[in-house]
Design a protein around this ligand. Sequence first.
Ligand code: HEC
Ligand code: HEC
Length: 389
Amino acid sequence: MALLRQPLRRLTCALALGLAGCGGGGTYEDDLATGLRWLEDEALRRQVLESALVDPDNGYARLRLERYRPERWGALDAWWPRVAPAVAGAGAPAAFEPAVGAPDVLDEATLTALGEAAFTRYPLQLEARLAAALAADPAACGFEVGPDGVVEGVVWVELPDGPQPGLTCAACHGGGPGLGRANPALDLAAALTGTCGVPSGWGPGRVDVTADGVENPTAIPDLRPVRMQAFLHRAGSLRNDRLVLAMRTETLILTSLGASVRPPPVVALGLSWWMWGLADGLPPTPEDGAEVFTARCGGCHDGPGGAGQLAPLSAGTDMAVLTSPERGTGRARVPALAGLGDRAPLFSGGAARDLDGWWADPDAVPGHPSPAALPEAERAALLRHLSLR
Ligand code: HEC
Ligand code: HEC
């Protein structure tokens, strides 16, 4: 395939974890001018899709290759929903406001602000079944509930037939202080079936997000290091860069809404811009222990923030996730480790509760190399290197 390539980014990133400014090493420039061109230029949009797909034959790729065209998904109306916060113990509100507004100017600051607002306010999935959990005790399902009773990541959406609850990105990717981390407590399956407090087969911290007919709940990933990831998805379906992240976000929202409407492309671009900046908030990785890390883990975790390329499936841990007919590539993505110290759960199917849980029980994660057999001094050095919070 002849790609009309943007100048290739050849970033020279040191191997140190957590280095700011390093990208996933994608194809396209990640400057604002290229982003704004992506909004309008159909040929560029198509190239971004085609250049990103690792396995053009999986379900994810086939659907998008068929429909990501001006006359198909491009012909859908852009949706600017009106929403209201969801309050624990209450029903639908009476007044709504635009989830996000179309910006007048498009500079870095407005685009990023639009993305942050969309992350917590733009509904990507309507879920009437959530009404019962909201009216009862959403915290019992692991939703974060603020002191004012506002349920993080859930909004009421104004619709012609009456309001419905909708999930925003922050429902799953908004755990604890700051946004972008997984919410390790969220048991969405219990919330949807009105059985909060009774652990479901998915949760906590795991969601089956694919339409592949396979029961494969996936550990919600940490988005803070997303720009360091060379590939997106546990199964590595996409080569990552800032425009690919916009395309992935746009088609995620569109498919989650049942392809009846689509998000305004500028909202998807804003989300990508904002997510790309999240790594700036991660602390730099200490030099302490770096040598041991390189020797023991660097064979796979060899890129910025510890993100690597695609490893053989034998280094992966949850085959139902990694061999999804929708997302699978026949390989396992080697994830970034920056921010690992306060990330949970870990590994594709959430086999380890968190870093301490993995360290304490090396048998918890069969398949992935275990640090258990390493000399104690090396284990201690590794832990100091990785326990970033
Ligand atoms: C219902 C929970 C849920 C919601 C809501 C959700 N996500 Fe996710 N997200 C997941 C899960 C689970 C995965 C892992 C999927 C995989 O690896 O195949 C994921 C993966 C991702 C990834 C890839 C990260 C990586 O490391 O590969 C990005 C980026 C992302 N989500 C962004 C978003 C954005 C933006 C929104 C809102 C528009 C959103 N998500 C809404 C659960 C959710
Ligand atoms: C043979 C290649 C390989 C080596 C060596 C390797 N890893 Fe990994 N690592 C992977 C792959 C592939 C995954 C994704 C596996 C999955 O989730 O199923 C992964 C995932 C992880 C995760 C989970 C991160 C998350 O957010 O889910 C941690 C933690 C981790 N590795 C730490 C280490 C450490 C520490 C070392 C060295 C002691 C190491 N790895 C050595 C390939 C490797």
